[in-house]
Write a protein that binds this ligand. Structure first.
Ligand code: KG4
Ligand code: ZN
Length: 335
């Protein structure tokens, strides 16, 4: 089955064509330059740019796949969660295409797609422990199958990516902050400033980043600007330690299982090294996508849509965009 995936939940419009789950093309229209002057994503600009980029992105995805529009047999698009204006642009476009081509359509939950993005490059395995670390989410899942998830833990305040972005902004680093901290940290000493491991009363598998963010602000105000790289590296180390701790608690609760890590923050080099070491020590496989499939991409949307569509699990064309929706809400089942 040849499936087109459309992702437009935030500031990237991305479309991909997959054949039986294999990526034929994945084309992304990035808006980093448009939002950089504002130090963050401006929702009105994001949806407008998506609208302008729709046609060229589709043409690019088809051309790179060496296919025509008529070859597409199914379409998936992100319908939640995200910026509602941005979601609507991709979702309405995808539904319109499905209607005119008379092919099945499936609405896709953005976080659910991240959860399976490692399987664009690895054979599918169940069960696994899945950690999603993105700009809006830091969630630990136990996954037994497609649509069969248990949420083990999550951040009780900021998401990991959000914390990276806010600390970077505070230190005067360019948007997006995560990659800027990652780059700067390579020249810094991760042990220079101490960041306590968050302790969350509501659950051992939950985490929190607001304390670390506040500590970073205080250190920055009190220390010399020449220590920027040391502070970046120490903060990054603190975030990574909180996440590896969360995963360790997950294995304690569920037993040894492969670890899947995805979402934009999974691009972080220190995080990738830490999970590599942790899984080697544990003796379990680490499944982590290439950086291009960690950040938002159309391929992960098409892959999950293919999984649902091949089972005949489609969405109605009346499906609406939703800014907030827990994984499993709307169209997917929770075990
Ligand atoms: O998954 P994603 O592309 O979009 C959302 O669904 O949110 O994640 C974006 C987040 C941003 O907060 C960005 O700063 C962070 O991922 N990020 C990183 C790195 N690359 C992207 N954070 C730390 N290190 C990186 N190398
Ligand atoms: Zn994302």
């Amino acid at each position: 089955m040849i499936v087109l995936g459309v992702e437009s939940s935030c500031d990237d419009l991305s479309m991909a064509v997959l054949k039986e789950g294999q990526v034929l093309s994945n084309v992304t229209a990035s808006q980093v330059a448009d939002h950089q002057p504002f130090g963050g994503v401006v929702p009105e600009i994001a949806s407008r740019r998506h609208l302008e980029a729709l046609e060229a992105t589709l043409d690019g995805a088809l051309e790179r796949a060496g296919l025509r529009l008529q070859d597409i047999q199914g379409i998936g698009a992100t319908f939640a969660p995200g910026l509602v204006g941005s979601l609507l642009v991709g979702l309405q476009f995808a539904k319109g295409l499905a209607f005119s081509l008379e092919i099945p359509f499936r609405g896709i939950h953005h976080i659910e797609a991240h959860l399976f993005s490692a399987f664009l490059e690895h054979p599918l395995v169940f069960p696994f422990l899945g950690l999603i670390v993105s700009g809006g989410h830091s969630h630990l899942f136990w996954v037994e199958g497609i649509g069969r998830y248990e949420i083990l833990g999550h951040t009780v305040d900021d998401a990991a990516g959000e914390a990276f972005d806010k600390v970077a902004k505070m230190m005067g680093l360019p948007y997006p902050g995560g990659p800027a901290i990652d780059r700067l940290s390579e020249q810094g000493d991760a042990g220079a400033f101490s960041f306590a491991l968050p302790r969350v009363k509501s659950g051992a598998m939950h985490t929190s980043f607001s304390g670390m963010k506040t500590a970073a602000v205080e250190y920055w105000e009190r220390s010399d600007p020449s220590r920027q790289a040391d502070l970046a590296a120490s903060f990054q180390h603190g975030v990574v330690r909180a996440l590896t701790h969360m995963v360790e608690r997950g294995w304690e609760s569920k037993g040894k299982a492969p670890l899947v890590v995805a979402g934009g923050v999974a691009c972080n080099r220190a995080l990738r090294r830490a999970f590599q070491a942790q899984t080697e020590k544990k003796g379990v496989p680490l499944l982590i996508p290439s950086p291009k499939y960690c950040t938002d991409n159309g391929a992960m949307i098409a892959w999950l849509a293919w999984q649902y569509l091949r089972r005949g699990d489609t969405s109605a064309l009346s499906l609406n965009a939703q800014a907030r929706l827990p994984i499993g809400g709307g169209v997917s089942r929770i075990s």
